[in-house]
Design a protein around this ligand. Structure first.
Ligand code: ADP
Ligand code: ADP
Length: 233
């Protein structure tokens, strides 16, 4: 089953000179895949991810998530759909520094109105999976970068979305922390069948994907299918 299908997606940014950031992007991601998007700076990676995230809209073409076009939904329905289908991981973690690790992780559930008992159960499960049980009561300024990204991943998956969108998840981490974070994303992909779409420059991060799609000057131009032989990249 296709979780993502972009059809002829183009994006033009208006300015003094109009700039075509994406041109005729056709990309299909199957449920359960772990796909990396690589390309030079300015090639359109973030633009593409933002459109899939429904943060931004294509100038032409369409984007289907689980067969549906979120842009055709009413505002509330779209917000609900986005929450159910997608989780987000960012380069700079995007944690709220006034909250503890645990409070950051439960935010998506608070929005859904989940019962306290159920929240506690889910927090314990994701925190164990991500190796952050011992820091749940810490404030986010007391933890390391690797721990911060693992906290952000816990927050991204606690409501069990179908697909996680990650923008340079290892961009602010050293090699050791990068490996740990990527091993955890890979494990979530394997065990929970959560689809992963990740923009990255980092060969360590790319080595954990099953397929890498290359983008340049707003166009897809190559693809490497690696299946489950992930180490061989
Ligand atoms: P950097 O960190 O400088 O981006 P990468 O290893 O990501 O280094 O590679 C640089 C760019 O070269 C990639 O983003 C991609 O656009 C291109 N590239 C690398 N390997 C391939 C390949 N096998 N086929 C096509 N393009 C590739
Ligand atoms: P990448 O993520 O691969 O570095 P981006 O998607 O950020 O690339 O940018 C693609 C192109 O679109 C770049 O030339 C960038 O300058 C341009 N661009 C991105 N966002 C905007 C914007 N909001 N307004 C105008 N141009 C933009």
């Amino acid at each position: 089953m296709e979780i993502l299908k972009t059809q002829n997606v183009s994006k033009v940014y208006d300015g003094k000179v109009a700039h075509k950031a994406l041109e005729d992007i056709d990309l299909v991601i199957e449920e359960g895949e772990f796909v990396g998007i690589m390309g030079p700076s300015g090639s359109g990676k973030s633009t593409l991810l933002n459109m899939v995230a429904t943060i931004d809209q294509p100038t032409s073409g369409s984007i289907l998530i689980s067969g549906k076009n979120p842009l055709e939904m009413k505002h509330n329905e779209m917000a609900e759909f986005r929450r159910r289908e997608l989780g987000f991981v960012f380069q700079d973690f995007n944690l709220l520094s006034t909250l503890t690790v645990e409070e950051n992780i439960v935010l998506p559930l608070t929005l859904e109105g989940t019962k306290v008992k159920e929240m506690e159960k889910r927090v314990a499960a994701v925190a164990e999976k991500l190796g952050i049980l011992e820091i749940l009561k810490n404030r986010t300024y007391e933890i390391s970068g690797g721990q911060a990204q693992r906290t952000a991943i816990a927050r991204a998956i606690i409501h069990q979305p179908k697909m996680v969108l990650a923008d340079e998840p290892t961009g602010n981490l050293d090699s050791k922390a990068s490996r740990t974070v990527m091993e955890m994303l890979e494990q979530i992909n394997r065990d929970d069948r959560t689809t992963m779409m990740m923009v990255t420059h980092d060969p360590i991060a790319a080595s954990h994907t099953q397929r890498v799609v290359f983008i340049k000057d707003g166009k897809l131009y190559n693809e490497i299918q690696r299946g489950d032989n992930r180490q061989a990249f």
